[in-house]
Design a binder for this molecule. Structure first.
Ligand SMILES: NC(=O)c1ccc[n+]([C@@H]2O[C@H](COP(=O)([O-])OP(=O)(O)OC[C@H]3O[C@@H](n4cnc5c(N)ncnc54)[C@H](O)[C@@H]3O)[C@@H](O)[C@H]2O)c1
Length: 256
């Protein structure tokens, strides 16, 4: 799939990894719709990047709102060729903390709702829109790139909810790719390590330093532009399908 001249929807595009992806796509000549609940920063991207970018206030867990953001992309570019789904939240909490307080069930449900149900909601509605596309000479109609986390594989204490939600994203990658192959729609998942974004900055300086020390090479946190560069390659390389790619400097999380 070509980036230049294509139209993409980037959920979570108002910040962090999604924001870097919006920038990469716009700078490479694509049209981009940011679908996010964060209006202020999303509108800031539109002001900065100009007429190639539009903002659609969207909660990824809402069917009508995601559908409306897809309609915005169709109005904007005539067709939707790619979705990069970066919207997500962290829900750190012990199952049973040191004071004996149990993990609230509604917090667990919220993490699953936003990270896993939201991913599925965006994927299914985007696939419907992409199915209408005229296929490329390779027979390709679209590409969907979802975002998991290395916590799907080596989740730490306090990440039961987050890890479960991201493991769900990993788990649906292959069945989605298998089903949508008939339509020429690829489904890929990126599993980032620790990246320098507002989400990662939510943890304390001490935790960030210890996370940085875990990286083998390079011994630093990931840059959002490096995530965006991988997304660019996934969009362009039609052989990438049904796979989960870790981008993490070979970090493997210890138990605590
Ligand atoms: N930063 C990291 O180290 C890291 C590591 C692994 C995985 N990830 C994953 O990457 C993705 C992007 O994370 P980030 O670091 O850029 O975080 P971020 O907090 O900078 O950005 C997340 C964006 O998602 C939006 N969002 C949250 N809930 C939403 C909802 N219901 N509907 C629409 N938008 C919503 C937020 O408003 C925000 O703009 C997330 O899925 C996260 O779990 C991040």
């Amino acid at each position: 799939m070509q980036v230049e001249g294509s139209t993409f929807l980037v959920t979570g595009g108002s910040s962090g990894l999604g924001g870097a992806t919006v920038r990469m796509l716009a700078e490479r000549g694509a049209k981009v719709v940011i679908a996010d609940i964060n209006r202020e920063d999303g509108v800031g991207f539109v002001a900065e990047l100009g007429e190639r970018v539009r903002f659609a206030l969207t909660d990824v867990t809402s069917e009508p709102q995601v559908q409306a953001s897809i309609e915005t992309a169709l109005d904007f570019g005539g067709s939707l060729l790619g979705v990069i789904h970066c919207a997500g939240i962290v829900t750190p909490r012990r199952v049973l903390d040191k004071d004996g307080i149990v993990h609230p069930l509604d917090l667990f449900a919220k993490g699953i709702q936003v990270n896993l149900v939201g991913t599925f909601n965006v994927t299914r509605l985007a696939a419907k829109a992409m199915a209408q596309n005229v296929p490329t000479s390779e027979g390709e109609r679209g590409v969907i790139v979802n975002t998991a986390s290395i916590a799907a594989f080596d989740g730490q204490i306090g990440q039961a909810c987050y890890s479960a939600s991201k493991a769900g994203v990993v788990g649906m990658t292959l069945p989605l790719a298998r089903e949508l192959a008939r339509l020429g729609i690829r489904v890929m998942t990126v599993a980032p390590g620790v990246f320098e974004t507002p989400m990662a900055l939510e943890v304390s300086e001490a935790v960030r330093e210890s996370l940085t020390r875990l990286a083998l090479f390079p011994a630093r946190l990931g840059r959002p532009s490096e995530f965006a560069a991988l997304v660019g390659q996934i969009i362009e390389n039609v052989m990438l399908n049904g796979e989960v790619i870790r981008i993490d400097g070979a970090v493997r999380m210890p138990p605590r």
